[in-house]
Design a protein around this ligand. Structure first.
Ligand SMILES: [Zn+2]
Length: 308
């Protein structure tokens, strides 16, 4: 009988869940609301219930569930399997990996949503076949994941990849972290929408509106978009100086702009490089399923390590 991994990507608003085969193909997918307002205890119980039900679905379909992989946002200690801190889900030191292992009676792994998304893009998506891959997710916030030879890098405290909080505009826009001019405060989809709304006096404008209007030649939208592109290029130059990757994969909601983002970012980075070897800059391929697939890959890696 063939095997399957139970995979969940828990976000602030929704959970993407799947049964994934060891080769990375998806057998079954489902989505559920997170409803974080119920508090971390209820959310944790809900995660475990969904995971159990997916394991049951695997058995009913003739598959053997062999492991569980869970991805969450925030600070995640992948070694101890603890969701240390997550503002949008409300986790504080939740030992999710052990809870899942006990409840489902099989090995489990816990990962950071963007870092496991990076793993998925590097192995199954836009970074396939490349040894050094940096995945940068640009949505409400900005975070990155570095993958070298197929392995993710988490850092000493489970907090690696916080590219969104590299200061690119000293004294610039206030950031949620307390600093000013962080990449996230200048270039996230949320901040692009906010800046345009402030300047145009049109509340509720989104980054998508800005991209569309900039492409159509509207002057203010073009300026806001170009400012964001320049700030992103500054952030990516810092990342390249640190990591020297072969390819940077841009994902998250902002990457939906496609070539309207990729082309000016490539040009702005090309203007900045001096001694650096410029990376290729490509769009992510897995969309919003990267985190869920990455959670599955992390669980499979855990199994492989255990069998060694
Ligand atoms: Zn910040």
């Amino acid at each position: 009988m063939s095997q399957a991994v139970v995979a969940l990507d828990v976000g602030g608003t929704g959970m993407k869940c799947a049964l994934v085969r060891p080769d990375g193909t998806v057998h079954h997918e489902e989505r559920h609301p997170t409803r974080a307002e119920r508090g971390p205890v209820a959310v944790t119980e809900n995660i475990l219930e969904i995971a159990e039900s997916l394991a049951g679905k695997a058995r009913a379909d003739g598959l053997i569930p062999v492991a569980t992989g869970i991805a969450v946002p925030g600070v995640v200690d992948e070694v101890t399997g603890v969701a240390v801190w997550s503002s949008n889900v409300g986790f504080r030191d939740v030992p999710l990996r052990d809870l899942a292992r006990q409840r489902l009676g099989m090995p489990a792994a816990l990962g950071h949503d963007v870092r496991v998304g990076a793993l998925a893009e590097a192995r199954l998506g836009a970074g396939r076949g490349r040894r050094h891959v940096l995945f940068v997710a640009i949505g409400t916030g900005i975070a990155a994941g570095l993958v070298v030879d197929g392995s993710g890098y988490s850092g000493a405290h489970g907090a690696a990849g916080e590219l969104g909080h590299v200061v690119v505009r000293p004294g610039g826009s206030p950031c949620g972290c307390g600093l000013r001019g962080c990449l996230e405060a200048e270039t996230s989809a949320k901040s692009i929408g906010r800046k345009y709304a402030e300047l145009s006096g049109e509340p509720g404008a989104t980054a998508f509106d800005v991209a569309t209007r900039a492409a159509a030649g509207e002057e203010l939208a073009r300026k806001v978009w170009q400012d964001a592109v320049e700030a992103l290029a500054d952030g990516l130059l810092t990342a390249q100086a640190l990591y020297d990757v072969g390819v940077i994969v841009l994902g998250g909601g902002l990457a939906e702009a496609g070539d309207d983002l990729l082309r000016p970012v490539r040009a702005a980075l090309a203007e900045r490089v001096t001694f650096h070897r410029p990376p290729e800059i490509v769009r992510a391929e897995l969309g919003d399923t990267a985190g869920c697939l990455g959670a599955a890959l992390l669980a499979l890696d855990t199994l492989e390590e255990a069998s060694r």
